[in-house]
Each structure stands twice: as C-alpha cells, then as structure tokens.
Design a protein around this ligand. Structure first.
Ligand code: TA6
Length: 314
C-alpha cells in the first residue's frame, strides 16, 4: 500500500450492518461491526485471515455473531443471572467521536473508539448505569489491540460487579496439530466437570476432545502454535487475570446451529478474561482491560514467550 492508505473506513457489512475497516500501510487490516462492538476479521500483511468466523454465522441481530472477538459483559458464560455471556455482544454500539484521552499517547492511525451505554431496557435486567468504551487499534506491524474502559455511572451510590472476556476465536489449520504454551501447571476450573478446580500438567496444551476450561491467575503472555501454518499467535493481556480455552469438538459442534459440523477443526478460542474474581466498581470508578495479539512466524520456538525476541530473530 502507498501513502494513500485509508486507515479508517466506515461502511456497510453483511446484511447492511455498519462496520469499520482498519488498515495499516504494510497491508494488515481488521473489521469491527458496531453490532456487538465485535471484531470479525483480522488479517496479516499477506491478507491471511487470523480469526475464525463461522460460515453459518447469520449476522442477524439479536443473535450474537459466531466468531471473531465477541465481548462478554457484564457476565461471562453462565456465571450469573443474565443471559449467557451478557448482553454487550448483542447490542448496537456507537462510534465515540470524542473519547476521554488515553493516558499513553500512541502513534497508531488505524483505530476506532466505540461506546456502549446503559439503556432503559437494559437497566431492567441489570440495574446499573455504565459507560463501556472500547478502542480497537491496529499497530503498524499488524498487531491487534483491544482496550476496554468500563466506568460505573450510577447516581444512586451503588457499586456494581461484573465478569468479562474477549472471547477470541482464532483460525487454526487443524485443531489436532495446535498447541498452547503459557498455561502449563496453571489451575483451571473445568466447565465440563461442574467448574471443579484442577491443575494442568507440565506439558503444553494439545487437543483431542472437547475442552472448556477457565485457567485462573495466568501469566500475561500465552502462545498458540500452529505448525502447519508455520505461525504463532501471541496473546498479551493486562487487567485480565484468567484465560478461557474452548473447543466444542464434534458432538457439541453439531448441536450449535450457527457452527458447521466440521468447523471445530479450524477454530480455537483462547480468551483473555476476568471470571474467577468478579470486578467491582464504585460509582465514578473505571476498570481497564487490554489485550494485544500478534502473529509471528513459527521460528518462534517452544518455551520462548517473548515475541520481541522473535522479531529480532534471537
Ligand atoms: O468461552 C467458552 C464458552 O463459555 C463455552 O462454555 C461455550 O458455550 C462458548 O463459550 C460459546 O458460547 P455461546 O453462548 O457463544 O454459544
């Protein structure tokens, strides 16, 4: 691309839904739907898609979009009384043209600020006033950064509590050939066994059946190694202590209407989350949760969790 790069473009997506396309000079791009405030595409500078979106995703509100990066708020999963994964993923977000400044100034040109605020209807199911600001940014090297800032706007003096996740669906060549590094020896709550707590073995995580686990108090860096694609995705997170790993495998995939029967082979959810210890905000308080994902060549070798070293080739 040349100096004519359009860094941010607002246009219509599937079914006429509003979306924003972010582009960087070297050719990487991302797409964000206002419906759900959801990233649905992230491509590297070769134009290769790094996220998974189901071929059966109808892109029809009020159903959440199956794939990309759904935002789970104010509830992750069924950890509460609200609908599964809360309501943020099936609300229409707005573009925030005048967001409060970020503490660090960044030179990124490809970014969009979205905002979701309480509605009268929602206060009936979750009786709180809030402002949720989401910045989606594409770095010059193609890194995808999501920053959430959630503020308690209650005027009745009441605190509120929530759980949260960036429900990342990554595209993988073959789930049986992929492994995750950075979660070995971690404790996890197993959703397939009544959220009982276990400790992971010392080996990298591989897949041969359904997995639905919440790893708690995890390191800030997690790597997803895809040998066939010769690619490693590195997830860095801040303010999000937990990491959810999910693949429905064959039986559950068949039971999910907006997922193709065999699509589980090409997706893996590794989610930056705050689940085990819900976050409480008093009126006026703000919480920040950030994730940054990078795709690096698979010269990235086992046990080396510093992506900077990979870029430098050391
Ligand atoms: O993040 C894992 C999980 O909570 C699983 O339990 C699984 O149900 C998945 O999310 C998808 O949930 P959804 O409501 O989008 O079908």
């Amino acid at each position: 691309m040349t100096s004519e790069t359009v860094f941010v473009e607002q246009c219509k997506g599937i079914n006429g839904l509003d979306k924003v396309v972010l582009r960087e000079v070297r050719g990487s791009s991302a797409e964000v739907y206002l419906y759900g405030g959801q990233v649905t595409s992230w491509k590297n500078d070769h134009g290769e898609e790094l996220l998974f979106v189901s071929s059966k995703a109808p892109f029809k509100p009020p159903k959440a979009i199956r794939g990309g990066i759904p935002i789970c708020f104010p509830q992750f999963g069924s950890h509460g009384l609200l609908e599964q994964h809360g309501f943020a993923r099936n609300r229409f977000w707005s573009i925030d043209s005048d967001p409060p400044p970020f503490p660090t100034t960044s030179s990124n040109k490809a970014f969009v600020d979205l905002v979701l605020k309480h509605s009268e209807e929602d206060t009936r199911i979750w009786p709180h006033r809030y402002e949720f600001r989401l910045r989606v940014a594409l770095g010059p090297g193609g890194d995808l950064m999501l920053t959430s800032r959630i503020r308690n706007m209650n005027t009745d003096g009441k605190a509120f509590t929530f759980t949260f996740a960036y429900h990342n669906y990554f595209s993988v060549s073959d789930i049986s050939e992929v492994r995750i590094e950075g979660l070995e020896t971690m404790d996890f709550l197993d959703n397939l066994q009544n959220r009982q707590r276990f400790t992971e073995q010392g080996d990298a995580i591989t897949f041969e059946s359904e997995v639905d686990k919440v790893y708690v108090s995890t390191p800030t860096k997690i790597a997803i190694l895809d040998h066939e694609r010769k690619r490693t995705l590195v997830l860095r997170k801040d303010g999000l202590p937990d990491a959810v790993v999910w693949n429905p495998w064959d039986k559950k995939a068949k039971a999910i209407p907006d997922l193709g029967d065999d699509e589980y082979k090409h997706m893996l959810c590794v989610e930056a989350a705050a689940v085990e210890k819900p976050i409480t905000l008093k009126p006026g308080e703000e919480w920040k949760g950030r994730q940054e994902i990078s795709a690096v060549p698979s010269s990235y070798f086992s046990g080396q969790l510093d992506p900077k070293k990979v870029f430098q080739g050391s």
